[in-house]
Ligand binder design. Structure first.
Ligand code: SF4
Length: 158
């Protein structure tokens, strides 16, 4: 566990819209996402939890990465204001089916999954990244890839 030096309530929606596989509950005051093999959970009160941390050195590195991410979200808030409820709702309504519709639908297995639909579900969970689907790198699918990126992370943090 780590603890930020201020409440993070306003930061959570920004992080939700910036991190492709993030899950967010305003009611619970918590946001979580997969980072490598770690489940990172950030709470509105500033607490930060991480799973599968092997030692102090890895913990320090992860905390530093989360700290930088939070600071970038704070800069976004200062320059853009709070994200709209519509943006948050649109991401909450994102499903594997919506992602699947933009994939090549060839079931070529180059992503090491049995089907494009399985890939879509794992992409949404954070078990896969868009880079794991080589066909999406081709010019033919560049618009589809862009659309998936926009749906999963409508906010880009600088
Ligand atoms: S690599 Fe892409 S196109 Fe091939 S099965 Fe996986 S998601 Fe579908």
């Amino acid at each position: 566990m780590a603890h930020a030096d201020k409440p993070l309530e306003d930061v959570l929606p920004v992080l939700y819209l910036a991190i492709p596989n993030a899950k967010y509950s305003k009611k619970l005051g918590a946001l979580s996402y997969m980072y490598q093999q770690h489940l990172i959970t950030i709470f509105a009160n500033g607490r930060i939890g991480m799973t599968y941390v092997k030692d102090r050195s890895e913990a320090d590195q992860l905390v530093e990465e989360v700290r930088r991410l939070i600071n970038r979200a704070i800069i976004y808030l200062k320059t853009h204001g709070k994200p709209s409820l519509e943006m948050i709702q649109a991401k909450k309504e994102l499903t594997p089916v919506k992602i699947y519709e933009l994939l090549p639908k060839t079931n070529c297995k180059m992503c090491r999954e049995q089907s494009c639909f399985t890939f879509a579900a794992k992409l949404l969970n954070g078990e896969k990244t868009l880079q794991d689907c080589p066909p999406l790198e081709s010019k033919e699918y560049s618009v589809c890839k862009f659309q998936i990126e926009r749906m999963m992370s409508p906010i880009k943090l600088k």
